[in-house]
Structure formats: structure tokens, C-alpha cells
Design a protein around this ligand. Structure first.
Ligand SMILES: Cc1ncc(COP(=O)(O)O)c(C=O)c1O
Length: 409
């Protein structure tokens, strides 16, 4: 048989042929820490805990589902997404957040990253003003850059997105004779800074959206993974005028590999998202597997996960504080989610820290990755989600030692 080799150094240039859509944000890169090859301590990406994936449960659910659904599972699906999964999302919202929506409000996507992208595609043209948190999730920043808006970043404090700064940005945009297209907010265990958006600010955000006639894109990836405190009402539930789009995901409570997320939105808006999706619905097969598993096991599985991630957070915080208590470091204590946000001691040489962490094979994400413009130079984000508690403790102590050793003389 003839073996066909691909050429190692292709010479044809495709860049000139790129569509104007593809050129937006082309080649833009986000700051990541010097990638540690096979890190010993993986605190970089927000990877779920592999030991907690429900391996046997998913095998069982797949067999049960195939028996019950047969060919239906392997053919094209509903363009809006498998109805069973949309019903399950409604059940999840009711159970954890007391939020009532119908399957007609849900649009299934390939993870919430893709869901957010559908919302940006539906509403954001290049140059349009949008408001986001500074810092915000680096993956969303990539997503946003590819849509080319003018980004107004507003700070985040211990109560989440600072709504007085949202008002200032809205006012500024209005004074320019323009209209803000949307306000993107990560409302629970904000990634990377950690706070919940306070109830007062949720209310205020909705009022601002009404006053300035814009939309809110509410990103919730972590609410079920709450270690302490009470769940706050979703911004979606406070909205009376159909201005809120809510993104959700199964990545953190089931497995990121299932690639299932969704948008929850006023019904009339859904065709705007569908226009950017492919036919056949998103992953009808996996939607069924996930639904069959979660219908029976969601509550119990989430309970297990909460304990797993709480232990990891505590181990990491213990390691950090034991080593850094005598410095002016600031370390977040999130009530849930995956991340710890650190403001490094003022004397830290950040470049030196990067070198030391690289040598110690500790991976983290530097602060600037979470800012659309300048910012975050003295911050780093640690994910406690992936490593086991003993390694969270050990690795955070090693990193803390590197922070101490990276002090400027
Ligand atoms: C705040 C936030 N939104 C969205 C996502 C995207 O998740 P996925 O695309 O896996 O559903 C993440 C993942 O880390 C996240 O932290």
C-alpha cells in the first residue's frame, strides 16, 4: 500500500485567504505562564478532578440509554438540543437555585465556552462596546477577542463586579452616542477572583441593563460546587424584561470531556443562536448519556464533588498561609469553584518567580491572562481542582517558597 506522507514544512500561505471574520483577533495570544512540561503540580488550567469522574456510572448509563433509545441516540437530533437534557437543566436550576425555566428556554451547545460564543456572535459586531469584568475568565477573553468588540473592563471586589463602575462605563458609552451591547458577568465564584456577585449588585445590574437598554450575559459554571454559604438568586431570575442570557455547563459537575453546556434565554431570542450552530443539534448521543446518568445521580454526585473540592481548597490555602503569613500577600478564600487568586507580596520579582516555579515544575496562570488591557501584573491564579489534596498542600508550599525566594533585595 502506498504510504502518503504530509510535508513537514508546507510552503503555501493561507493567511491572505482568511475571511474578514477569521482575521478578527487573528494571531492574538493570551499570556500564559511559561508552560511547564509535564508539571508535577498542575495548578494552571481549571481541570476537574479526574479521580471523581463517574466512570462506572457513565458505562451503566450508556448501556441503559442505548437499550431504551436505540437508533434515536445515533441519528440527528433536535436543533435546540436533546429535550431530555433541556429538562434536566430545568430540574438542576430548580433544585440548586430555585429558578423556574422551561425546556423551551434552553439551547444546548458544545460546552459553555461555545454557548458564550453563540451569544457573542448573536449580539456583538466588531467595534461594538461591551462591558466585562477585569479580571475575567481567560477563555472568555479569547472568545471575546475573536468578536472584535471595544471592551470596557470594570473592577471586581469582594462583592463581585463593581456596579458603580458598570454605570460609569454605560454612561461613557452613552455620551459617545452609542449603546452598550452586553454586560458579561461571571456571577458565582468569579473566575479568577473568586467572589459571588452580591444580591444587591445582581439587582442593580438588572436595573442598569434596563436603564441603559442593554443585555446581560450571566456566566455560571460553578454554582453547585459551593462549599459554604447560600446560593444567591440568579440574575436571570431577577430580570423582568427579558434582558438576561444565562450560560451553564456540565463540565464541572460531570466531566469537561462531555462538552455539554447551554444558554438559557427568552424564547424569542433562541433563533439568534441557532443561526450560528450546525444542523442536527449538539452531540445528541452524549446529551442522552449525561442525562441518563444525572437524572439518577446528580444530587449525590454533586455532594461528593463538593467535599472533594473543599478538601483541595483547604489544603492549598493551608500550604500558602503557613509559608506566606509574614508577608503582605493577599489570598482569596473562595466559597466554591476551582480557583484561588493571589496578590503577590509587594517585593516579588514576578519574572524570577516564573523561573523558580518553572524549575520546581509548578504550573500556575499569571494575572495578566485575565485582563483585556493592562492589569494583573502582581497577581497569579491557582487552580486547586486537578491535584489531590496532598499535592495541593505540597505544591502550594513549594510555590510559596518560590514566592519568598523571588523577593527583590
Ligand atoms: C467562568 C467559566 N465560564 C465558562 C467556562 C467554560 O467551560 P466549558 O466550555 O467547559 O463548559 C469555564 C471553564 O473553565 C469557566 O470557568
Amino acid at each position: 500500500m502506498l504510504t502518503v506522507m504530509t510535508t513537514a514544512n508546507p510552503t503555501a500561505r493561507f493567511e491572505e485567504l482568511l475571511s474578514s471574520r477569521a482575521r478578527i483577533g487573528w494571531g492574538g495570544s493570551v499570556t500564559t505562564s511559561r508552560p511547564v512540561s509535564s508539571p508535577i503540580y498542575e495548578f494552571g488550567g481549571g481541570y476537574p478532578d479526574p479521580a471523581s469522574f463517574p466512570y462506572d456510572g457513565l458505562v451503566e448509563a450508556t448501556a441503559k440509554m442505548m437499550k431504551a433509545e436505540g437508533a434515536e441516540a445515533l441519528t440527528y437530533g433536535d436543533a435546540q438540543g436533546y429535550r431530555g437534557l433541556r429538562e434536566l437543566v430545568c430540574h438542576k436550576y430548580r433544585l440548586f437555585e430555585n429558578l423556574e425555566v422551561t425546556p423551551e428556554n434552553i439551547f444546548v451547545a458544545n460546552g459553555s465556552g461555545a454557548a458564550l460564543s453563540l451569544a457573542f456572535s448573536a449580539f456583538v459586531d466588531p467595534g461594538d462596546p461591551i462591558i466585562i469584568e477585569a479580571p475575567t475568565f481567560s477563555g472568555s477573553l479569547n472568545n471575546i477577542r475573536r468578536h472584535g468588540p471595544e471592551v470596557f473592563g470594570v473592577p471586581v471586589d469582594e462583592d463581585g463586579m463593581v456596579t458603580s463602575a458598570v454605570r460609569e462605563s454605560l454612561e461613557k458609552i452613552r455620551r459617545q452616542g452609542r449603546r452598550c451591547k452586553l454586560i458579561y458577568a461571571i456571577v458565582n465564584f468569579q473566575n479568577p477572583a473568586g467572589p459571588d456577585l452580591s444580591i444587591g449588585r445582581r439587582q442593580e445590574l438588572v436595573e442598569l441593563a434596563e436603564e441603559y437598554d442593554t443585555l446581560i450575559l450571566e456566566d455560571d459554571a460553578y454554582n453547585e460546587l459551593r462549599f459554604e454559604g447560600d446560593s444567591k438568586p440568579p440574575v436571570y431570575a431577577l430580570d423582568r424584561t427579558g434582558r438576561v442570557i444565562r450560560a451553564g455547563t456540565l463540565s464541572k459537575i460531570l466531566g469537561a470531556g462531555v462538552r455539554l453546556g447551554w444558554l438559557c434565554a427568552p424564547r424569542a431570542m433562541l433563533p439568534a443562536f441557532q443561526g450560528f450552530n450546525f444542523g442536527g443539534g449538539v452531540n445528541p448521543f452524549m446529551s442522552r448519556v449525561a442525562t441518563y446518568f444525572l437524572r439518577e445521580h446528580m444530587e449525590a454526585h454533586v455532594k461528593v464533588l463538593v467535599n472533594v473540592y473543599r478538601a483541595k481548597r483547604d489544603a492549598m490555602l493551608r500550604g500558602l498561609w503557613e509559608m506566606l503569613k509574614d508577608t503582605d500577600v493577599e489570598i482569596s478564600r473562595p466559597q466554591g469553584g476551582f480557583f484561588i487568586w493571589i496578590k503577590l507580596p509587594s517585593a516579588t520579582d514576578v519574572g524570577r518567580l516564573e523561573e523558580l516555579a518553572f524549575k520546581a515544575r509548578v504550573q500556575y496562570t499569571p494575572g495578566p491572562a485575565f485582563f483585556a488591557g493592562k492589569g494583573g501584573e502582581r497577581h497569579i491564579r491557582l487552580a486547586f481542582s486537578y491535584e489531590q489534596p496532598d499535592k495541593c498542600y505540597e505544591g502550594s508550599r513549594i510555590l510559596a517558597k518560590a514566592i519568598l525566594d523571588a523577593r527583590r533585595a
